[in-house]
Write a protein that binds this ligand. Sequence first.
Ligand SMILES: Cc1ncc(COP(=O)(O)O)c(C=O)c1O
Length: 469
Amino acid sequence: MTSRKVRQKADTTGMAKADAAGAHTRPSLIERDRAHLWHPYTQMKTAPPPLPIVRGEGVYLYTEDGRRLLDGISSWWVNIHGHCHPRLSQALGAQAKQLEQVIFAGCTHEPAVELAERLIEVLPSGLTRVFYSDNGSTAVEIALKLAHQYWRNLGQAGRRTFITLHYAYHGDTIGAMSVSEQSVFTGAFTPLLFPVTRVDAPYCYRCPLGLERATCRIDCLAGLEGALEQHGESVAAVLVEPMLQAAGGMVVWPSEFLAGVRQLCDRYGTLLIADEVLTGFGRTGRMFASEHASISPDIICLSKALTAGYMPLGATVSTERIFEAFLSDDRTKTFFHGHSFTANPLACAVALASLDLFREDDVLGRVRTLESQLRAGLMPLANLPSVGDVRVIGGVGILELVSDKHTREADGYLDGIGPRLADAFVDRGLLMRPLGNVVYFMPPYVITDDEVDWALERIATVISGISPT
Ligand SMILES: Cc1ncc(COP(=O)(O)O)c(C=O)c1O
């Protein structure tokens, strides 16, 4: 039975109906959802019913109709310490009794200050000024606005364009869409977007120059160098997702590319913005992906795992040099940006508790063990006819599926194989959300070795069952 059928069955059994005594029971969660909700990235006309989740514990989610699913995507890449972690829940509850929210213009509070202090301790060196917001897209918007106004405040308003990479994804607000790769996500909004210069990403499996990683010299950096040479004087910043370009296809980088980006930004005197919304807080095996190349960006964007998936929170952290360019008696040099929930105390408190867990529990050691297990379990799948490439970094294991191994042909994000595989995984108790032909496993770090084996076995079974077209 497919999961779609399972879900439909659950749907009808949960429908509002009269029992034998004629009393009306409550409609199911799915039914109530269908009456009023509109889901992200979802064609509401044709999408199957959503999974009705009623509870989470550790790596598991539980459905209204009694199923248990292992969360193989950390609930959209945010949950790192497991669902309903007692320490995090306790911190959230305690903060709720103290101070739940306060305006952050003209007020401050302990959780915001302490979180800034603690972030600066663990961030790459030189990042010392924290500007809070409430999600990954806003963290990126703020970085773009900071970079733009930084140059303006310095009297170099001509530096106002951005260089970004192919396959980039930085969020869904207008600025974040502008700097992302143009795709099905952005197509409807093209007239609203500002122009950027896009250059090659180090997508080794689909090398833009047709080279092999074993023998190349990171020649793909030439794209960035050429763009800086041509437009250098007008570039406000280069924006990258260091080491792992996520939503654009889970592209894992050689660290030399990242080192080269930093060098080129220095050489051409422009800013480097690292979007570590996904990669921050251990996902790539280091606290921050920038550490793989021992670099510090000028601005870093954080969100997702910042609160371990408990509360929406974003942080854009800059160098002191950037901050100082906003200090002036001239009011127009002020950074006029803010959000109602800027530095929400509940979110800051749970982020602090998450950092405590990093300190106490060797979380990064756990991610490294997970990485070895993912390598051992996934690499052999490279021999399957439908698997073009296997990539692993930190706590992320990736399979890129192709319809022809020799031509590397694949249909990309809209490949219908993604939803079909998602159904097959759910049937086996595993929550996954392939990006079209790119299947990835990104569980909470607290997953045990046995649970990883269990999940990898199911991934292997499903992928082995794909028949070549
Ligand atoms: C690298 C990166 N930047 C920004 C975002 C946008 O974050 P949010 O969905 O919280 O707006 C995402 C989301 O997936 C992301 O992966």
